[in-house]
Structure formats: structure tokens, C-alpha cells
Design a protein around this ligand. Sequence first.
Ligand SMILES: Cc1ncc(COP(=O)(O)O)c(C=O)c1O
Length: 444
Amino acid sequence: MMLVQSPNVSVQPSTTTINEDEHLVIGGIDTVELAEKFGTPLWIMDEQTILDSIKAFKEGLAGYPNHQILYAGKAFLCTAICHLIKKQGLGLDVVSPGELATARAAGFPAEIIFMHGNNKSAAEIEEGLALGNVNIVIDNESELLMVAEIAQRLGKMVRVFLRVIPGVEPDTHVHIVTGHAESKFGFALEALIPLVQRIQSFDGALQLVGLHAHIGSQSHDLEPYFEISEILADCYKELLDSFQIELPELDIGGGLGIAYTDADKPTSIYEWAKKTSEQVAKSFKQRGLALPKLLVEPGRTIVGTAGVTLYRAGHKKRLPSGVTYLAVDGGMADNPRPITYDAKYTACIANRMRAPIPDKPLGLVGKFCESGDIIIKESYLSAETGDLIAVFGTGAYNLSMASNYNRTPRPACVLVAGGKADIIVERETNEDLLKLDRVPDRLR
Ligand SMILES: Cc1ncc(COP(=O)(O)O)c(C=O)c1O
């Protein structure tokens, strides 16, 4: 078997090359042509990199008998991506009615849709169940009661998972940690036994399929996953001893990181999938438990490295303090990660890939009205007004977190493959922004 390189260890998409014009080429297409044809800012998604990431997960998990990869749609979802994920045989995590509607639009099979979130409404749960036998990941006790009531009213047996807080923290930004004791997501481990008793009291309305834990996002290490394997195996053993039930499935979440800069050294997708699944098998076997079907929920690692944002450089200025800023035609509205998490990125000059590297850095800044709208604080680019700037690693949590701040239409997104570019999300227009506005008569 030919092993693929796991894209998450590289800053650039798998298909990245430079052509004879010294232009950046992705998916077989000159990015300068992409900018001319589709305008800037532009999100580019490289299909091959997404496929390589999926392949790396599949190969890493191949040694574990029964498993399913669920793509965490919050990283980036649109109907085309849903189709691509479905074609690859992946399941889908959704966390909102909009993500569920996208899954429905793509004809996603209900049995491999997992509904997450800490505040699902009754309407949302009913919408999901209307699609078929979706899986509901229960976050809290009042949600448990709500789902049980709906199941009883509809006369359905609903597949549920319980999200637990394992008390494990990956080494990542505090806003993207979710496995720590004070997390807003999930149940404390001590609540498990009474919860299962509660589920049993609903006379078969709820089928408890498994436990779920997700420790957080952009974790580079394996240790937190080894720890949660042990903790969750302890829980399965406790449930076996207390209720004589062996839960058939186990969902260990996502959260593996990608390289945004050369300084980032995340565990590769392949190694993560292989070592984590081996640890799960070991933890369960050591306790004399049958191996559950293993579910993993990657988001960032599937689409992150595939994404590149193209910007056009505008005004450049040098302050008396010596700092130089180059402003581009996008920023925090299309990529809120730097201002939210102090996220780091790598950029290049897409139309002059062999431009000299300057001694002094410049600040690559956005055009939005916040001082924190800085894409890269110190970027070693000899870029000038009019250059095309490509920022790597923008496939995850960019388009999905984008806003219309400063009343700015969101950019278009193209999927590139084999020298062809297809629009998968159209560019918004000012008309799109205006069409939802209403003016009360008294103001006219
Ligand atoms: C429950 C759950 N699963 C999966 C993910 C995907 O995480 P990542 O994109 O870091 O792989 C998230 C992200 O926050 C999550 O909350």
C-alpha cells in the first residue's frame, strides 16, 4: 500500500507548484489567473489536499476493525463539500440548523449525521429526526429530557451519545479547549451512572449508543488522546459492571492540528489515526471489553491545509517608528482567527514567487476598522502595492467564521482540481447585504 503524505504537516496544499512565470500554482491553476477571473479576496480550496487528508485518516485507521470518520462540518461546510465528503464515505457532524439544511441539500444519509451542540432546540432535533435515524450527541440533562420527550411523542427510538468532559486539556489556545473540567460542553464524568439510569427509565425511547469526548482544537500531540482513551475505557467498564451494558460505539472527537507556519510540528494525520486507534484497542482489551466501533471527528485536518486565501495588496506605509504596513483587500471579516486566537499564518507573493526575502519584516494587515485586524504581524515579504498575496492554511474556520463586518460582502470560494476551478460559494454582493434590510415607514 502506498502511504500518502499527511497534508496537515505541510503549510501548503499538496498540489502547490511554481510555474515559469514565477506564479503560485494550486490544483494545476495559476493563482494569478484565478484572481483575474474570480476577483479578490478569494478562497481557494484544493480538492486533492482534502482527498489526501481523508486518505491519511483511512490508512491510519485501517488496522482498527470497525470505524467511521465523521467530518466536523463547522470547519467549513457548503453543499459541494458535503457531496465530496459523502462520496468519500465519511459521516458528518452538524451543530446548527444551517449545517443540517446543507446536509439535507446534499442528500446526506441520516444514519451518519451526528447532531452536536450545547443548546439544540426542539425544532432542530425534530428537523434532524425528520431526515431519519440521525445520531444525537446529548450535551446536558435538560436536552436529554427534551430528546426523550420528542422520541416518545414521535414513537421513535432515537440513537443518542452522551458527551462527557474527560478532564483532559490539550496544549492549545484557551478558547478552543473543551475537555477541561469547567468546559461548557458535556457532562461531568460523575454524572454518568445516574444519566444511564435516567435513559433506562425512558422505556426504550432512547438507545444509548456510545460516549463522546472532544478535548479541543489545534492539538499537536498524541498524549491527550491516549489519556481520553483510558478515561473512556474506564467509563465503559463502569457501565458494564453497573448495568451489564456494553456500548457498541465510541466517539473520540477531532482536534488534531495543522501546520500554519514552519514552526508548527503537529503529529501527522496518519500517525494520529494509527496510534490513537491502537491505544483505544489497548485500553479496551486491557479491561476485558469488546472493541467498540470507533468514531473520529476531524474538521481542521480535513480542509485546513487545502485552503489558500488570495488578497490584492493595497496601500503600503512606513511609520516614523520604522514599522511598515501593507494592507490587503480583506482581513478579519474573511479570517477572524488572528484577532480571535492570535493565530499565526504564512504568506507569499503569488505573482512573484521568487521575489527576494527582505531583511526587515512588514505587517500584513487587513482593511477592517480594528487595530487587531492584522493577518501576519511580521511577514518577510518584499511585497508592494498591486501584488497578489496568498495566505496558506485558511481552509478551516475561515469561511465558516467569516462575517459581514464593515458591511463587507463575503468572498467567493473556488474548488480547484486538475487545472479546473469551480465556484462552490458565490461572492456576496452589496445587494445581498441590502436585501434583508427593512426600513420602518416612520423613518422614510
Ligand atoms: C464536538 C467536536 N467534534 C469535532 C470538532 C472538530 O475539531 P477540529 O476541527 O479541531 O478537528 C469540534 C471542533 O470544535 C467539536 O467541537
